[in-house]
Ligand binder design. Structure first.
Ligand code: HMG
Length: 383
């Protein structure tokens, strides 16, 4: 029985900052951001939206009434939770009118959380083939104004419906994973922004990739020619490229060019959005599916990395007619129709926070899902 991604969609807020404007404001050569990091735009979120609204918006685009009756689990992978106890999944479950006899919970391991959720979804469907699991990877990546990580911020959510006989991609059950207790990026309780050793995190990312890649070759008896494309967690789009190039010595030049061309197709959306933490790998996957011409039966390799650090390499196979199940035009329109912010508008929106004094405040935001009131530290969402 095939199990995999039956539907996939993503959502980003309606605002972005152009990286040339950020570079000029920070007295940096714009080429450092566009070429050195591989980022052109960065998604910015207003205070009236959060991982709940991002996740609900992403999932609402793909779920039918029938899906909502068949979903047994809603799993949110995130590191941007606003609550230590209550999960975003419980709220999203209600906002989307999913049948009540469902499990809803959050999983956390930095940017790896979305993959943990996806693999758990696979295991559940393997035991309950008639049921479905909704996986959401939603995050808001913020390092602070004028910080070293500022050009690698971003936000958004990817929603995936995991079922048997999927229409888009099937798991190949070939995961290889690796854990290493390191402090490259972490956010202790009470900190608004993560603590990060940027250059060390780059190195651990590459080392983790080469380790799982070598292990994958051994365990699954594969090499690069078995994959139509390799996709990567994308904190910024140069990062995955550096990891990909780390294994070039084992390939012919033609093979390097083939994989680099697919890589360029996979980073098109991330160049315009920035880091989605848990969702980044899957935004890259969506970009590859929408922008490439891969054939049914071909295998895509996925490298997931979450600082701290856990990584996983696994593959999925494209299903017959998968293109018919994609939402390419809507994805293009979502990115194209966003509003550019000036630096002053970005800095204001970035710094705005919801009140935390327990009082009652109302807000106006006409997005499909948004926070319209906070009272006694409960967020109220409009649908
Ligand atoms: P930095 O010190 O600002 O930049 O840090 P740099 O000096 O290293 O330059 C970056 C690149 O731009 C270099 O290229 C320069 O040569 C190039 P590279 O050597 O890397 O190929 N450059 C230029 N290119 C063209 N024209 C120019 C120019 N100037 C320089 N004029 C850093 C960059 C990414 C470290 C920083 O932004 C940061 O700390 N970001 C946050 C951490 C991060 O994203 N780490 C990635 C790996 S960890 C990860 O992926 C997990 C994560 O998603 C979190 C999670 O798991 O939850 C972050």
């Amino acid at each position: 029985m095939n199990i995999g991604i039956d539907k996939i969609s993503f959502h980003v807020p309606n605002y972005y900052l152009d990286m040339t404007d950020l570079a000029n404001a920070r007295e940096t050569d714009p080429n450092k951001f566009h070429i050195g990091l591989g980022q052109d735009q960065m998604a910015i979120i207003p205070a009236t939206q959060d991982i709940v609204t991002l996740g609900a918006c992403a999932a609402a685009k793909i779920l039918t009434t029938e899906d909502k009756q068949a979903i047994d689990m809603v799993i949110v992978g995130t590191e941007s939770s606003t609550d230590f106890s209550k999960s975003a999944a419980v709220i999203i479950h209600r906002l989307l009118d999913i049948q009540p006899f469902a499990r809803s919970f959050e999983v956390k391991q930095a940017c790896y959380g979305g993959t943990a959720a996806l693999q758990q979804a696979h295991d559940y469907v393997a035991l309950h083939p008639e049921r479905k699991v909704l996986v959401i990877a939603a995050d808001i990546a913020k390092y602070g104004l004028n910080s070293g990580g500022e050009p690698t911020q971003g936000c958004g959510a990817v929603a995936m419906l995991v079922t048997k006989d999927p229409h888009i991609l099937a798991f190949n059950n070939d995961s290889v994973f690796y854990s290493e207790d390191v402090y490259d990026f972490w956010r202790p309780a009470g900190h608004d922004y993560p603590l990060v050793d940027g250059h060390m995190s780059n190195q651990i990312y590459i080392d983790s990739f080469t380790r799982v890649w070598e292990q994958n070759k051994k365990v699954n008896q594969t090499d690069s020619t078995d994959y139509a494309a390799l996709t990567f967690h994308l904190p910024y789009t140069k990062m995955g490229r550096k990891a990909l190039r780390a294994i070039y010595p084992e390939m012919s030049e033609a093979e390097q060019q083939r994989l680099e061309a697919r890589y360029d197709e996979a980073i098109s959306y991330s160049r315009q959005v920035g880091n989605l933490y848990t969702g980044s790998l899957y935004l890259g996957l969506a970009s590859l599916l929408d922008n490439s011409d891969l054939a049914a039966g071909e295998k895509i390799g996925l490298f997931s990395y979450g600082s701290g650090a856990v990584s996983e390499f696994f593959s999925m196979t494209l299903m017959e007619d998968y293109k018919k199940s994609l939402t390419v035009e809507a994805n293009y329109a979502l990115l194209a129709d966003r509003q550019a912010l000036s630096i002053a508008e970005y800095e204001k929106m970035f710094s705005e926070k919801l009140p935390t004094d327990g009082g009652t405040y109302s807000f106006s935001d006409s997005s499909d899902f948004a926070i319209n009131k906070i009272s006694e530290d409960i967020r109220y969402y409009n649908k």
